[in-house]
Design a protein around this ligand. Structure first.
Ligand SMILES: [Zn+2]
Length: 496
């Protein structure tokens, strides 16, 4: 009986210990189909069980889709795609499931053919088409189908990525999205601005998208730009103050998924950001860190958004700026012994840690990435300038007695004492395990870089340069790799 109770208690304890760590990953969900039609259908299932009206656009017509998305929102209609010449099977199935009575096709017959429209009609659905003589005109006509609004979003009609993150903003507020090109306001766009009585405008994109001359002709324009599509999307979310409780994430080069995802983000009162499909983009990491985003919905299956990106989003270190400080450098060798210089070992481990944190989704910054000397104050300044969330100084230990050996991690109590201690406690046992060294424990000491860095900070003494056994490990790439992995894992578990 007693042993039974013991097992029960241990397994309950295991459950209790297991749950918090599982919950501490960021929440990541994925919605996708086998192609753009399937993905749009799958997205519509997230909110619509039925829809009397649906909006259908050509799967290759991004401009039509962008202008249609805010209107679809206003009409409480899902946004679906079709193949140009034939109604796509996924869309046909979905229209039946939704018990749709009216389909609004946005775009002319070059985008959605008359045959496709007839196939929709054959389902007993009435079809209405909104189309103009070009993309500007179609967007203008869509705008006239929307409720009265005094503001519009303006984007270059030939650059699909610019407007995507503005779609939820336009949709939720009932603002139309109108197009220009880089150097001209099309007459259809000018006409829509006039007839709708637009008094102010949000311009999505830099001068490479819409130049200053066009910008200045728009009503009370405000420009939001970025150095690339990822930063532009992040800036739109940030500057338009869009909700970020559960952010949608899509491939910035996959317009169909991104636009349909943006339409759903609007419906869910959320926002959308973009990423490279294989690796979380730097600018995306920045907004994740800055806005402390921790819940995501990925739009599209692999390979549109890879499982690597999904794992990076899940990792709570995602978007965190981690300062890596490899101790010493140049004329300052640090400890010397057993044929190695501490500065070289620190740099080697630091570079490996940099690679691992990058792969984890963080934004690592190194105080030095080569054999350069920086003063301790310069190192502290680099952490402050980077706005680092954590400061990790990497060192090797030394003692006159060559018998002294083992691993220890230091923190200082001047700033962020509790957090620094917790960080040290996460890193220390993992480094001990990686190097199979003696555990000298977590300690406090007023080392300059951890005393004056205001963020949680630790100084890891990986092992003794002066001890033959410790040094033999620090000479080997495999141990340095394991040490870097251990520090990375310690940082990740600190955030869990
Ligand atoms: Zn040192």
């Amino acid at each position: 009986m007693r042993s039974y109770l013991k097992v029960l208690i241990i397994s309950m304890l295991g459950l209790i210990l297991f749950i918090p760590s599982a919950l501490a990953d960021n929440a990541v969900k994925r919605v996708g189909g086998s192609n753009r039609y399937g993905t749009a259908a799958a997205l519509s299932k997230q909110v619509y069980s039925t829809a009397s009206t649906a909006v259908v656009v050509g799967g290759g017509s991004y401009a039509d889709a962008i202008s249609a998305a805010p209107m679809a929102y206003q009409k409480n209609a899902p946004l679906l795609y079709t193949n140009k010449d034939n109604l796509s099977a996924e869309t046909k199935t979905r229209l039946k499931e939704l018990k749709t009575k009216t389909v609004i096709i946005v775009g002319g017959t070059p985008a959605v053919s008359a045959n496709t429209a007839n196939q929709i009609k054959a389902l007993g659905i009435s079809v209405k088409r909104i189309s103009g003589s070009n993309r500007y005109d179609t967007a203008a006509k869509v705008a006239m189908e929307m409720p009265a609004a005094s503001k519009a979003v303006i984007a270059n009609g030939f650059l699909y990525a610019d407007a995507i993150a503005a779609i939820p903003y336009a949709a939720m507020n009932g603002y139309p999205i109108l197009f220009t090109n880089q150097t001209d306001i099309n007459s259809a766009t000018a006409g829509a601005i006039k007839s709708k009585g637009i008094k102010s405008s949000i311009v999505a994109g830099g001068t490479g998208s819409i130049n200053a001359s066009v910008f200045n002709k728009l009503p009370s324009p405000k420009r939001i730009s970025g150095s690339n599509r990822y930063e532009l999307a992040a800036n739109l979310v940030q500057q338009l103050n869009l909700p970020t409780g559960n952010v949608f994430v899509s491939n910035g080069f996959g317009y169909a998924d991104s636009i349909a995802g943006a339409a759903l983000a609007a419906k869910k009162k959320q926002s959308i950001i973009l990423t490279n499909g294989s690796n979380l983009s730097k600018e995306t990491r920045v907004i994740i860190g800055r806005k402390k985003l921790s819940s995501f919905t990925i739009i599209g299956n692999t390979p549109a958004v890879s499982s690597n990106v999904a794992n990076q989003l899940k990792n709570p270190v995602s978007g965190k700026t981690i300062l890596i400080d490899p101790g010493h450098g140049d004329q300052d060798s640090g400890s010397i012994g057993n044929g190695i210089l501490e500065k070289d070992v620190n740099l080697d481990i630091g570079k490996r840690l940099n690679t691992k944190l990058n792969a984890s989704g963080a934004l690592p910054v190194m105080t030095r990435s080569n054999d350069t000397f920086y003063s301790l104050q310069e190192r502290v300044n680099k952490g402050a300038t980077a706005g680092a969330d954590l400061f990790i100084s990497v060192h090797g230990n030394a003692n006159d007695a060559t018998s002294a050996n083992g691993t220890e991690t230091y923190y200082d109590e001047t700033y962020q004492a509790a957090a620094s201690k917790r960080l040290a406690e996460q890193i220390q046992p993992k480094v001990v395990n990686a190097l199979s060294t003696r555990d000298r424990g977590v300690k406090t000491a007023p080392f300059y870089v951890i005393k004056y860095s205001k963020m949680p900070s630790v100084l890891v003494e990986t092992a003794f340069i002066t001890n033959p056994s410790d040094a033999s490990k620090l000479k080997q790439a495999s141990y340095k790799e394991k040490t870097a992995a251990a520090i990375n894992d310690g940082i990740v578990s600190y955030y869990k």
